[in-house]
Design a protein around this ligand. Structure first.
Ligand SMILES: C[S@@+](CC[C@H](N)C(=O)[O-])C[C@H]1O[C@@H](n2cnc3c(N)ncnc32)[C@H](O)[C@@H]1O
Length: 248
C-alpha cells in the first residue's frame, strides 16, 4: 500500500511562528530532521557533553537528537517543545523504544519552567531560528528582535555556573553575536561550521568563561561563505527565506 501523502510545507516561512502550524504538522509527520542529523556534528558535541551531564533540549519536535545522545550514554535528558502533539508523540516514541528516563515536557523556551542554574548543557537545533523568520532579508536580517534576546536570557539563566549552550543553526555569527553578547552574560562564544556545500553553524557558549579581553573566536578556519539560496536543500530553503518579504 502506498504511504499516506502528507503535506507539511507551509506557503510562507512565517507559519513557523504559529504554534497551530506545528501541531498540525506533528499530527501528520513522524520524523523530520532539520538541517543535518547527529552524525554530522556528533564529534564536536561529544567534546562538550559528558555522560553525567544534565541536558536540556529546546524544541525537540520529532527529531532523533535525544535518542542519539542517549545511545551515546547521555541519559539525563529533558526535552521541551511548545507543541503538545510533538510532546505526546515523542513521549510515546521513547516509551516504545525503551528509552527510559528521558523527560519530555510541553514548555515555551521563552519562559522555561526550570529553576536557575539547573542544567549542565542546553542544546537546540533549528529552534531559535524559528524566532527569526520574520526578521526580514535572511542574508541581512533586521537587528535584535526581543524574543531572541529573551530566549538567550532564559538559556543563560537555567545553565549551571559553568554550563554550556550548544546552538546548531543557520544563523551567521554577525547576526547571532548580538543575542549572545549581552553584557550580563558570562559565557564565551565560539563556533564551528559543518555541512558540505552549505555551512551550518554550531555555537558553543561556555558560561563563566567570558573574559574582558577575550574576543569571540572561530574554531575552524571559516572560508568566506557565500550563502546562495539554491545551495539549501528542501525545506531549509523555505525556512531561511521569508517569501512574504521577498514578494512585497
Ligand atoms: C525547526 S523545528 C526544529 C525541530 C528539531 N529541533 C530538529 O532539529 O529537527 C522548531 C521546533 O521548535 C518548536 N518551537 C517553536 N517555538 C517554540 C517555543 N517558543 N518554545 C519551544 N519550542 C518551540 C516547534 O514546535 C518545532 O518542534
Amino acid at each position: 500500500m502506498e504511504p499516506e501523502k502528507i503535506d507539511v510545507l507551509p506557503s510562507t516561512a512565517l507559519a513557523y511562528l504559529d504554534r497551530n502550524y506545528w501541531d498540525k504538522r506533528f499530527a501528520q509527520e513522524e520524523h523530520y530532521e532539520w538541517f543535518k542529523d547527529y552524525s554530522h556534528f556528533r564529534d564536536i558535541v561529544l567534546q562538550h557533553i559528558k555522560p553525567k551531564s544534565s541536558v536540556l533540549e529546546l524544541g525537540c519536535g520529532n527529531s532523533q537528537l535525544c535518542e542519539e545522545l542517549y545511545r551515546d550514554g547521555i541519559t539525563q535528558l529533558t526535552c521541551i517543545d511548545l507543541s503538545p502533539i510533538a510532546v505526546h508523540k515523542m513521549q510515546q516514541r521513547l516509551l516504545n523504544k525503551g528509552y527510559k528516563g528521558i523527560k519530555v515536557l510541553e514548555a515555551d523556551m521563552l519562559g522555561l519552567p526550570f529553576e536557575d542554574g539547573c542544567f549542565d548543557v542546553v542544546i537546540e537545533k533549528g529552534t531559535m531560528d524559528v524566532l527569526f523568520v520574520d526578521s526580514g532579508d535572511p542574508w541581512n536580517p533586521h537587528p535584535v528582535t526581543g524574543e531572541g534576546d529573551e530566549d538567550a536570557h532564559e538559556i543563560h539563566r537555567v545553565l549551571k555556573p559553568e554550563g554550556i549552550f550548544i546552538s546548531i543553526t543557520f544563523g551567521q555569527p554577525h547576526f547571532r553575536r548580538q543575542f549572545f553578547s549581552h553584557p550580563e552574560f558570562t559565557w564565551s562564544v565560539e563556533w564551528n561550521t559543518f555541512g558540505e556545500t552549505f555551512h551550518y553553524f554550531l555555537y558553543i557558549l561556555k558560561k563563566g568563561q567570558r573574559s574582558l579581553e577575550s574576543k569571540d573566536c572561530e574554531k575552524t578556519l571559516m572560508p568566506s561563505i557565500s550563502l546562495y539560496h539554491d545551495e539549501l536543500e528542501g525545506e531549509d530553503y523555505l525556512f531561511r527565506t521569508n517569501l512574504d518579504e521577498m514578494e512585497s
